[in-house]
Design a protein around this ligand. Structure first.
Ligand SMILES: O=C(O)C(=O)C[C@]1(C(=O)O)C=C[C@@H](O)C=C1
Length: 363
């Protein structure tokens, strides 16, 4: 123990830290041993679901609520996410396909949700993420679904409709955009590579600071960085991680118009997720094509006191002016509150598809 009657020296404090680290190490390994036993038990009982998002969310939520500081709740969340990621790797390593290349926000979201021990696989399109998960080439996939400034990622919605997969989780990520180049100042640039969603999120900044640049749209923020590395007179808007990967300089940081700019990502898989108490349910439905029918169709949701956190329409792709509606509801499909409401929606809708129930993002 450091002596409180005098100011502790650096050496004293470090000795104390070393002693605590020994204890933490021993506890972590005891925990890992138990997780390994859990893995063996699952194997013996033929339970193929090693990754348990509902359990991980419950563990994080409990510890973050119990946290007394000085660590922030988010720091506690991140640390324990890594602990569980390493423990899960002892049971069975998971493979996660994400919208690449390396350095995209989707990669950051996948890491935030699955931790460092997961095996992340970059793929070239949102459709390819869905295909790999369906073909069991990846256990799970991570795709962007909506941005707080720009709205829905329509391709993801269309694939959710098309593929027989389940949503197994959501990840929220603060999106920070940077203007990067291999050293070229903004005034000396001619071209700027930018992803179309990013362009929309930085519209005001671009109009003010870079009106002379020709904007060239590319398929991802990381691809933008790659092009800026390879071409003279070019710049890009990109993530800090991609700037690092491609050896670029950050000329202006945080250029997004909205300082709260956040993207929501979905985890897709083949498994149903059990309830944990703070869940969300996503579904798609169609209403008969007559006035007031949607309002009538979704009326049981409000009547049951269930909160609808999102409604988004997309063309149904068959029939002129026919729409499907994507709904997010609070609660889990297997609970007595939601079950009868979903049954009623399914009965009345001209089309109904449950996309999955999953834990709400914890941090
Ligand atoms: O509780 C389980 O089912 C475990 O496998 C253990 C554990 C953990 O480390 O706490 C590990 C991985 C799962 O995703 C959830 C939790």
């Amino acid at each position: 123990m450091a002596d409180n009657t005098r100011l502790a020296t650096l050496a004293d404090l470090r000795t104390e830290i070393d002693a605590l680290d020994d204890q933490i190490l021993s506890l972590l390994n005891r925990r890992a041993g138990l997780a390994r036993q859990v893995g063996e038990l699952k194997q013996q009982t033929g339970d193929a679901q090693f990754w348990r998002p509902e359990r991980e969310a419950a563990v994080l939520q409990r510890l973050m609520s119990a946290n007394q500081g000085p660590l922030t709740d988010e720091a506690v969340g991140r640390l324990f996410r890594e602990v569980m990621s390493a423990c899960l790797a002892l049971e069975k390593p998971v493979t996660v396909a994400y919208l690449g290349p390396e350095g995209t926000f989707t990669q950051l979201a996948a890491r935030k949700h699955f931790g460092q021990a997961a095996n992340l696989q970059p793929v070239s399109s949102i459709g390819e993420v869905f295909r790999q998960v369906q073909a069991s080439q990846a256990d799970f996939g991570v795709v962007p679904v909506e941005n707080s400034t720009e709205g829905s990622v329509n391709l993801t919605l269309d694939h959710l409709l098309e593929f027989p997969l389940r949503i197994a989780g959501e990840v929220q990520l603060r999106i920070v955009h940077n203007l990067v180049s291999r050293g070229t100042a903004i005034k000396d640039m001619q071209r700027l590579y930018v992803h179309y969603q990013t362009r929309a999120q930085c519209r005001r900044w671009l109009a003010e600071h870079a009106p002379h640049l020709t904007l060239i749209e590319v398929s991802s923020n990381a691809e933008a960085a790659r092009r800026a590395r390879d071409e003279e007179g070019a710049g890009a808007i990109s993530t800090t991680v991609a700037a690092e990967i491609y050896g670029l300089e950050i000329l202006a940081a945080g250029i997004e118009d909205d300082s709260e700019n956040t993207t929501r990502f979905l985890v897709i898989g083949q498994q149903d997720v059990a309830p944990m108490g703070r869940d969300k349910t996503s579904l798609v439905l169609s209403a008969p094509n007559r006035p007031g029918s949607l309002q009538e169709l979704i009326q049981p949701i409000a009547a049951a006191g269930i909160s609808m956190t999102r409604i988004e329409s997309r063309p149904a792709r068959h029939g002129l002016w026919q729409y499907v509606f994507f709904l997010d509801l609070e609660g889990h499909a297997e609970t007595p509150e939601l079950q009868p409401v979903l049954a009623e929606l399914e009965k009345k809708a001209t089309y109904f598809k449950l996309l999955g129930s999953y834990p709400q993002a914890v941090f």
